[in-house]
Design a protein around this ligand. Structure first.
Ligand code: GLN
Length: 477
């Protein structure tokens, strides 16, 4: 048995059953990270000492016969825009390269309480802006399945860490696809819950009305386990809600005939790489062969989703990033004479190109004489997109689409062409605009790079996406 190959839940079970110790788990992972991460660069910070002392504490608890938490001994990676008080939280930016939060995010608090082992903070596009992890101040991460390729982004470090067994499970954040797309590129499961399902307290915001913390895992069952632990109302996040999850993790046998599946017909107007298309149709065939019911639905406003997303997310991002002024927190330029110069130099020196581009766009969109034309229009289209989904979900439980229109691309290929990069988010952003839940399920493409499908559920319909994920995993086993 190789500890590194175990699923998160199996690590916990084997520790509780005393087949392995938490210390053995921690040492195996640390050794592996020391060997692997020089090349992959999935981590910004690795906390070996913290992980070791947490491992020792768990072993001590076992010796004393104390009860263990639901994540006991599981090595976990946290995206570096989720604050932790024992480690720096950089957001992949020079702006926060030395920033240590005085408090833990709610999800981090929960993981600690449940005896999870936080092994490090994972690399990401700067302030979660990007789809390749190449905008990180700490250098790009690489795709463990093919080191010439990007791992996706912005949670590329989390996806690469799970795919290369450097953690058993990881957290990411998803504003327009940043959990699902890197999961797709690295061949792992990426689950973005419904807006409000998991507390965002302690997540450094990109665009508050779109952001959601999500889970990157080796399979659906591990993702469901983490989701069930992290979900729930948190008084520190007034947008969080308490809604039943109804997950039955005891039985993973799912009757696919009970799940009504819809395919948006507008998908086929979109340019999709052939291999992605073929794989998508093969999956639909497989579902039908196994008795699944698939019907066509319509999302007529899908074609406006990307522009709507860019307007809203950039407007919100520019407002959020205003707090980094060189005074209150983060980087401060050394050489300035006036207050204006302090602001300008600190922001000029510490933000990267993509962040500056979005601040400028967002500020432009929000200008008093423009807001009516751009921002207010975008909000109206957002409502139309939301209504489309609401209507579609009157007849089906699930919608299916590819997760990304292309396979993973080469490092360096798109970084000079932001619009090309944005186009890769076409299938993921509508889900955030409508506040739905969705999951990337990896389907391997022979011995080539993985191609995932996106399983979209209605608001608080996580049970449906998890059930379909389990069912498809059962079919391809
Ligand atoms: N790739 C998208 C963007 O660049 C999504 C980012 C995200 O979800 N954080 O905006």
């Amino acid at each position: 048995m190789d500890i590194l190959d175990l699923k998160a839940r199996d690590i916990r079970d084997k520790i509780i059953n005393r087949e392995i110790t938490a210390t053995e788990v921690v040492e195996a992972y640390i050794k592996h990270i020391e060997e692997k991460d020089k090349d992959i660069n999935a981590f910004i910070t690795v906390d070996k000492e913290g992980a070791r002392s947490q491992g020792a504490r768990i072993d001590e608890k076992i010796k004393n016969g104390e009860e263990l938490g639901r994540l006991a001994g599981i090595p976990i990676g946290i995206k570096d825009n989720i604050v932790t008080k024992d480690m720096v939280t950089t957001c992949g930016s020079k702006m926060l390269k030395d920033y240590v939060s005085p408090y833990d995010a709610t999800v981090v608090e929960i993981i600690k309480k449940e005896d999870g082992i936080i092994i490090g903070k994972t690399n990401m596009d700067e302030f979660a802006m990007g789809s390749s992890t190449e905008t990180s101040y700490f250098g790009a991460s690489k795709n463990p399945l093919d080191m010439k390729k990007v791992p996706g982004g912005s949670s590329g470090g989390s996806a690469a860490a799970v795919a290369s067994n450097q953690v058993a499970i990881a957290l990411g954040s998803d504003t327009g696809g940043s959990v699902r797309q890197p999961a797709n590129f690295c061949g792992v499961v990426g689950l973005k819950p419904t807006y409000g399902r998991i507390s965002r307290y302690g997540l450094v915001p990109l665009a508050n009305t779109l952001d959601q913390i999500g889970v990157i895992a080796k399979d659906t069952e591990d993702a469901a386990l983490m989701l069930s632990i992290l979900s729930g109302y948190d008084e520190k996040d007034p947008t969080s809600v308490s809604m039943d999850l109804n997950l039955n993790l005891e039985s993973t046998e799912v009757d696919i005939k009970k799940i009504r599946i819809g395919i948006p017909k507008e998908l086929f107007d979109i340019e999709i790489e052939n291999q992605v298309k073929d794989n998508f149709f093969k999956t639909i065939e497989l579902i039908k062969e196994n008795g699944g019911m698939v019907e066509e639905v319509s999302l007529p406003n899908l074609k406006y989703a990307l522009e709507t997303y860019l307007l809203i997310s950039n407007a919100e991002a520019s407002a959020n990033l205003a707090r980094f002024d060189g005074l209150r927190l983060g980087f401060r330029a050394e050489d300035y004479e006036t207050l204006d110069e302090l602001y300008i130099k600190s922001r000029t020196e510490a933000f990267g190109e993509e962040v500056k581009r979005r601040i400028m766009l967002g500020t432009y969109i929000l200008r008093e004489d423009h807001a009516e034309d751009y921002y207010m229009q975008a909000l109206k289209v957002r409502t139309l997109i939301r209504n489309d989904f609401e209507k579609a979900f009157e007849n089906v439980d699930i919608l299916l689409s590819p997760t990304s229109p292309t396979l993973p691309f080469n490092l360096g290929d798109k970084i000079e062409n932001p619009v090309d990069m944005y186009k890769g988010d076409l299938f993921t952003v509508p889900v955030n605009l409508a506040g739905l839940c969705a999951m990337n399920l990896p389907l391997f493409n022979g011995d080539r790079l993985p191609i995932g499908i996106q399983i979209i559920g209605n608001k608080f319909g996580e049970e449906d996406i998890i059930n379909l994920g389990l069912a498809i995993e059962g079919m391809v086993k």
